[in-house]
Design a protein around this ligand. Structure first.
Ligand code: CDP
Ligand code: CDP
Length: 211
């Protein structure tokens, strides 16, 4: 069973993906971390994040051990990630890794922007998670404050809107729901309610396939 979870920044897709993966005992991949790590490595090597040659080299040499670095979770790392994510060669270099992950026996859960459209167009279940920009900014702000980062709501909201625009307007694998995705608006749902709604969607999909 392959479950694709896509959606904009801080919509709750990562939390949902991890909960679903634990529930069905599936491996889970946060694909955004790959782009974040590529961007970090490009900048650490003193190249511009938009430099296609440096970004491709970083994508090809990606160190999986470095994906647990907590600095990758910051809004600044997300912003840099969306710059390298526009580079087609970077997307191509990361594609086979993501597809191999999805092809594990028993299946997998992957979350990102283009899982249902490009990485796993044949996924058994596709959920596109949304929430209003204000709700998403509030969620990110709470995370930043919990980490001791000193940022304002307005700054985070602007960051989210800029990233939404960059991710949805790029030519290559733009952020958008697959034509066969179920939409899940979590604006008024806490984590538990979003999980319950997703389990309902998944059971319905699996039931339809078995029928
Ligand atoms: O992966 P994505 O950026 O879409 O979001 P996330 O990291 O899963 O969630 C962002 C933050 O919102 C986390 O701190 C979650 O605990 C929180 N959250 C929430 O408050 N309500 C939800 N329904 C989902 C997530
Ligand atoms: O957690 P959040 O939604 O804020 O970000 P993320 O999922 O870690 O993704 C960071 C950035 O990587 C996104 O803004 C996209 O530009 C890019 N990304 C992508 O292009 N395709 C994916 N499958 C996942 C992330």
């Amino acid at each position: 069973m392959i479950i694709a979870i896509d959606g904009p920044a801080a919509s709750g897709k990562g939390t949902l993906a991890r909960r679903i993966a634990a529930h069905w005992a599936l491996p889970c991949l946060d694909t955004g971390l790959l782009y974040r790590a590529v961007a970090r490595d490009v900048v650490a090597a003193s190249f511009r994040p938009a430099d296609p040659w440096a970004a491709l080299a970083a994508a090809r040499g990606l160190d999986l051990a470095g994906l647990s670095d907590p600095d990758l979770r910051t809004p600044a790392a997300g912003d840099l990630a969306s710059i390298v994510a526009r580079i087609p060669q970077v997307r191509a270099a990361l594609l086979s890794y993501q597809r191999n992950f999805a092809a594990q026996p028993g299946g997998a859960v992957l979350d990102g922007r283009d899982i249902g459209t490009v990485v796993c167009p044949e996924a058994d279940v596709k959920i596109y998670v949304t929430a209003s920009a204000e709700v998403r900014a509030d969620r990110r702000l709470r995370e930043c404050l919990a980490r001791g980062e000193n940022v304002s709501f307005e700054h985070i909201l602007a960051d989210i809107l800029r990233r939404d625009e960059r991710d949805s307007s790029r030519d290559n694998a733009p952020m958008r729901p697959a034509h066969d995705a179920d939409l899940l608006d979590t604006s008024d749902l806490d984590i538990e309610a979003a999980f319950d709604a997703a389990v309902g969607l998944i059971k319905r999909k699996i039931g339809q396939q078995g029928a």
